[in-house]
Ligand binder design. Structure first.
Ligand code: ZN
Ligand code: ZN
Length: 278
């Protein structure tokens, strides 16, 4: 699922997860340009999307997504209640938070590991912002709401429209109502993850955000710092990091890379190394 991060503005300030101790610069590992980015980096490119048609889409989707999410969630809860299974909303919320964590981890890992900024379609909008974020982790703090969640909302809005229709006209069995409720939560959580990630880098996030961080419901700066340590190859999940201990311990992403390598898909840095060695 799509472009999670709009990480582009070049400015440093004190943060939590982006603290000096965690801000390891490894431009040779994460390709953000041909030379080591000693000075300010140019905008990562994703922010450029705020102009023209894409900008309109971002702004429209940022308004539309919550307008679809709220009734979809309420209707699907109503379906659960009609099936006398309203209590399933609790595991539905928890599963949505866990699935969102997995989805964001998967996309984050893929963007950190594969392709380059020159890759068509996703290079500038997805790959580069993620990698610039390793070098300039604090830029995210400057992003407004549309820049933070707009692109993800573009992808989420059609899904939410579909789930709204399912919630309104679909089956009322407990299983199907639970599946729709959980799917809506997952999409909502995935969209919100950009904001959770931003809060994890802010020195002074809103009090409610800090409380949710302390409760472990959303990504805490302390946890996210694990990812912001070279070589940036652990703790990819950024909704709340619930799955990171399991994914780290089992070497999930290294195994996935191994499986992809076996079918000829190599991490970008290996592709580059092979290319420069010729
Ligand atoms: Zn990363
Ligand atoms: Zn970060």
């Amino acid at each position: 699922m799509g472009v999670f991060l709009q990480l582009s503005k070049s400015q440093s300030r004190s943060t939590s997860a982006g603290s000096p101790g965690g801000d390891n610069h490894t431009p040779d590992v994460f390709d953000v340009g041909p030379a080591a980015p000693a000075g300010p980096l140019p905008r990562a490119g994703a922010g450029d999307a705020s102009h023209g048609l894409h900008g309109l889409l971002e702004r429209g989707a940022t308004i539309l997504a919550p307008l679809l999410f709220a009734p979809a969630l309420l209707l699907s809860y109503q379906r659960l209640s009609q099936a006398e299974a309203g209590w399933l909303a609790v595991p539905g919320v928890l599963l949505g938070l866990a699935f969102g964590d997995f989805v964001t981890g998967l996309v984050h890992w893929a963007a950190d590991t594969y392709c380059g900024e020159d890759t068509p379609v996703i290079g500038r909008g997805l790959v580069r912002p993620f990698r610039v974020h390793h070098v300039r982790p604090l830029e995210i703090c400057d992003h407004g709401l549309v820049e933070t969640v707009g692109n993800t909302c573009i992808l989420a809005a059609p899904l939410l429209a579909l789930f709204l229709a399912l919630a309104a006209y679909g089956e009322t069995s407990p299983a199907s109502a639970f599946a729709v409720f959980t799917a809506i939560m997952t999409v909502g959580v995935t969209v919100a993850t950009n904001q959770f990630h931003k809060w994890a880098h802010q020195e002074n996030p809103p009090p409610l955000a800090r409380a949710l961080q302390r409760a472990g419901i959303i990504l805490s700066p302390e946890h996210h710092r694990e990812h912001h340590a070279a070589p940036f190859e652990s703790s990819y999940a950024i909704t709340n990091g619930w799955l990171n201990p399991l994914l780290n311990r089992t070497g999930f992403f290294r195994r996935l890379e191994g499986a992809l390598r076996a079918v000829g898909v190599k991490p970008y840095r290996e592709e580059r190394a092979a290319g420069s060695g010729k």
